[in-house]
Design a protein around this ligand. Structure first.
Ligand code: TXE
Length: 479
């Protein structure tokens, strides 16, 4: 099935007629073509967005809210179609697409449809000076949203929903590796009555289509989720044009387990935080540190649980681990397993490709647990973004804090302990943007989401996202 760009409310082939193959990771086969759009397509999308802006930015909050909530309802009504498409395009288990990805995409529209009606700005009385200040929160204009392949519709809508809720018009690009659900979204936008040009979805490679969005002088803000080196490149291109940037980048998140935790809960959640979505979530706890007194027990129990996970075709309802997203990504993750061996890491389980009968060319890999001797080895420092975790013991709270912070990333951390003082001490000192204690990836869409250090700049979520997608203008009136 071929994909087209969605510009000004209708579908179009790329103007220069360049196409790339779209692969099904579960069997390694090409199943359609995706546009590789160029500057001329971005210009067309920008012009549509610009023409729509005046009216959309003046549309009442109630009306914007109504349309966003309608989009959410239509996504829910078309759940199965989107779930199947997401699983086929990405390789993720269908059960995950059904329980997490597509419902969350619908929630993103519903949440920001509601949030925009509650988005207040500030006012300050200058006491003794007979003056009052109030702050307008005005939409920026035309903004760009660029999203990755790991949670395709989930992360795409996490950006476009607040952008349009705040009154902007958008030129958006999903990952070229997983374009399908963003393509399908266009029809739903029309059905929901989103005015033409408010949201334009353009497909293609990062260094052609993505680059053209970032380079466009009149696209005033870029919200990006993806790799850290891509984020750095985007920042460099955008800086001379003084674009507003939100960058959500990689992670190498510590999962810190103390002996006083609720063990069974910890074990079950750690399986998920290690391998959900084949480990391809920026929040996965890829470095597991375990207090020495329970280390051997944890090692045995964890490995036993991991060996029970079923690597299988994404469409089978009992599959725990589906396919990795692409051949090149599979090769990258395998390279890291080889690096681990060279660094004297001990492979406790996994480490091999899996050939599934009938789907031998799919990109399957066993969930892999590697015991490392030092936290400074490459597999403990670099983002692997696959079904691979490291484990090692620690002795004291101070030791583990040092190790947790000694990476270039700073996205999230998970703590397992029933000691509240320790939770609060560590939460204060961990160099990350998000801490979970006794849970993982529990999301409340009102909370700020994002990282520090090489994990990014800015925060998404709740009013943070609406602040990003608006400019504050202060008005001071003397009376
Ligand atoms: O991401 P890219 P890749 C990490 C993960 C992964 C690595 C590389 O470690 O192995 O990044 O993945 C677009 N101008 N994460 O190469 O290239 C691209 O088309 C503008 C973490 O797939 O960063 C896609 O839409 N845009 C991450 C998006 O950027 C450009 C999720 C992300 O792709 C561009 C994914 C350019 N010059 C990968 N080059 C997370 N934080 O969750 C690429 N793009």
């Amino acid at each position: 099935m071929n994909i087209q760009n969605y510009i000004n409310g209708s579908y179009h082939n790329p103007i220069q007629n360049n196409w790339i193959d779209n692969y099904n990771p579960s069997n390694g086969e090409v199943y359609g073509q995706t546009p590789n759009s160029t500057k001329v397509d971005i210009d067309k999308a920008y012009n549509a967005a610009k023409s729509a802006f005046r009216q959309w930015s003046q549309t009442t909050l109630e009306e914007r809210s109504r349309i966003l909530i309608k989009i959410s309802e239509l996504l829910e009504a078309n759940l199965d179609r989107f779930v199947e498409a997401e699983s086929k395009d990405n390789g993720k288990p269908i059960s995950l697409a059904k329980s997490v990805d597509i419902p969350r995409a619908a929630s993103n529209f519903r949440f920001f449809g509601n949030a925009i009606t509650q988005f207040a700005s500030e006012s300050h009385e200058s006491v003794g000076q007979n003056a009052i200040n109030y702050t307008l929160r005005q939409p920026i204009g035309v903004v760009g949203c660029i999203s990755p392949w790991n949670l395709p519709l989930y992360l795409f809508t996490w950006k476009i929903a607040p952008a349009i809720a705040a009154g902007n018009c958008v030129v958006a690009k999903p990952s070229e590796v997983t374009p399908m659900t963003a393509y399908l979204l266009g029809k739903i936008l029309n059905e929901a009555g989103l005015p033409k040009g408010v949201l334009n979805i353009v497909h293609g490679l990062g260094n052609t289509t993505g680059q053209a969005i970032v380079e466009h002088p009149d696209i005033k803000a870029i919200s990006f989720t993806g790799g850290t080196s891509t984020g750095a490149h985007i920042a460099k291109v955008a800086a001379p044009m003084f674009k507003k940037l939100s960058l959500e980048l990689g992670g190498k998140n510590p999962n810190i387990i103390f002996a006083d935790c609720d063990y069974d809960d910890m074990l079950e959640t750690t399986v998920r935080s290690s391998f959900a979505n084949q480990g391809q979530i920026c929040l996965c706890g890829s470095r597991i540190f375990v207090e020495a007194s329970i280390y051997e027990k944890f090692k045995t129990d964890f490995v036993e649980k991991i060996k029970q996970l079923k690597v299988g075709h994404p469409s089978e309802s009992d599959t725990n681990i589906g396919a990795l997203v692409s051949k090149s990504h599979l090769e990258k993750v395998k390279d890291y397993i080889n690096i681990a061996k060279e660094e004297n890491g001990v492979i406790l389980c996994g480490g091999n490709e899996v050939k599934i009968k009938g789907f031998e060319n799919g990109y399957y890999l066993e969930p892999t647990v590697i015991e490392v001797k030092t936290d400074e080895c490459r597999i403990n420092q670099e983002e692997i973004f696959g079904p691979v975790v490291t484990i090692m013991p620690f002795n004291t709270e101070d030791d583990v804090l040092q190790m947790a912070n000694k990476v270039k990333y700073g996205l999230s951390a998970t703590l397992w302990t029933n000691n509240l003082k320790r939770t609060m001490r560590l939460s204060n000192q961990l160099q990350v943007g998000i801490v979970w204690a006794n849970t993982w990836m529990m999301r409340d869409l009102r909370t700020p989401f994002g990282g520090i250090k090489a994990s990014g700049v800015g925060r998404e979520g709740g009013f943070e996202a609406l602040r990003f997608f608006t400019e504050a203008k202060n008005v001071c009136i003397k009376y």
